[in-house]
Design a binder for this molecule. Structure first.
Ligand SMILES: Nc1ncnc2c1ncn2[C@@H]1O[C@H](COP(=O)(O)OP(=O)(O)O)[C@@H](O)[C@H]1O
Ligand SMILES: [Mg+2]
Length: 248
C-alpha cells in the first residue's frame, strides 16, 4: 500500500515549469532514490511534498489523505518528515540532548496531556537507544559541534527518525562527505531502515550509491518523470545514460 502518492503535481515559477505533472507513488517501507541532472526539479519536487512550496496544480496524498496546503509542521506531525529541516541539530547541545529534544518535541505535539516530568526518563532512554542504533552512542555526551560532518548528517537523520516518520525524505544525505565515508553513512542508514516500516525517499547524484542502496529509482528531467523502475532498469536506460550519467 502506498504511503505517499502524487497526482499531476506541478510547480511553476513564472514561465518555468520546475515540476511538470508528476505522478508518483511510494510504498510503506520502500527505499527510493531520485536522480536527475542539475535543474531537473528534484529539490522542488520534494519541497512540494513537504509543504515548503505550494503546488501550482495537482495533489499530494499522504497516508490516504489529500494534504492540500498543509504547512510543513502539520505534515511532519503526520509522519512526512524531511531531514535537515525538522528538527535541526543544535551545535552546543550534546548528541544525547539533541536527540532527546527531538523526542520531546514529538511528544509535546502529539500529546495534549504531555507532562515533561513523565517524559524525563523515557525520552533519555529512547534517545540513547536511537543513538545506539545509529552508532553514535559512544559520543552521547560530546557537543554536536565537535563531531565530523558525516556524523552530523547521521545525527540529523537520527533526530528525524525520532519524529517517527512514515516517510523520511533526504536531499543528498552524503553531500559534502568524503567518498570513502559515503558508504559508511549509507550503510548505517540502510541498517536502520531495513528494520523499520518507514519509507525513505532520497535524492542522490552518486550512481554507485543509487545502485547499491535504492530499491527503486525515479529519474527526473526538465520537471518530468523520465523513468521509474529498478536501479538496473533505470541506470541502463539510454536516455538516463545520455541525460543524467553524461555518456554519449
Ligand atoms: N524559488 C525558485 N524560483 C524560481 N526558480 C526556481 C526556484 N527554485 C528552483 N527554480 C528553478 O526550477 C528548476 C528546478 O530546480 P531544482 O528543483 O532546484 O532542481 P534540482 O534539485 O533537480 O537541481 C531550475 O530551473 C531552477 O532554476
Ligand atoms: Mg537540488
Amino acid at each position: 500500500m502506498s504511503v505517499l502518492e502524487t497526482k499531476q503535481l506541478t510547480k511553476q515559477f513564472g514561465k518555468l515549469t520546475a515540476v511538470d505533472r508528476m505522478d508518483f507513488e511510494i510504498d510503506r517501507g520502500e527505499i527510493v532514490g531520485i536522480i536527475g541532472p542539475n535543474g531537473a526539479g528534484k529539490t522542488t519536487f520534494v519541497n512540494l511534498l513537504t509543504g515548503v512550496l505550494e503546488a501550482t496544480e495537482g495533489e499530494v496524498i499522504f497516508d490516504g489523505e489529500s494534504l492540500g496546503n498543509a504547512p510543513v509542521h502539520d505534515r511532519a506531525n503526520k509522519g512526512l518528515v524531511r531531514s535537515f529541516q525538522i528538527p535541526r541539530v543544535c551545535d552546543d547541545l550534546t548528541l544525547l540532548e539533541n536527540v532527546r529534544s527531538a523526542v520531546l518535541s514529538r511528544e509535546r505535539r502529539n500529546n495534549s496531556l504531555f507532562s515533561i516530568l513523565h517524559w524525563e526518563d523515557e525520552s533519555r532512554e529512547e534517545a540513547l537507544e536511537l543513538l545506539e542504533r545509529f552508532g553514535l552512542a559512544d559520543r552521547q555526551n560530546v557537543e554536536a559541534e565537535t563531531i565530523p560532518h558525516g556524523d552530523k548528517k547521521i545525527l540529523d537523520v537520527c533526530m528525524s527518525v525520532a519524529m517517527r516518520p512514515k516517510l523520511l525524505i533526504l536531499d543528498e544525505p552524503t553531500s559534502g562527505v568524503a567518498t570513502d565515508n559515503k558508504h559508511e553513512i549509507m550503510n548505517r542508514l540502510q541498517r536502520y531502515f531495513e528494520t523499520t516500516d518507514s519509507a525513505v525517499l532520497f535524492i542522490e547524484h552518486d550512481m554507485e550509491l543509487i545502485e547499491q542502496y535504492a530499491e527503486r529509482v525515479l529519474a527526473m528531467d526538465q520537471g518530468q518523470k523520465l523513468i521509474d523502475g529498478t536501479p538496473q532498469e533505470v541506470l541502463e536506460d539510454e536516455t538516463v545514460k545520455r541525460r543524467i550519467r553524461g555518456e554519449e
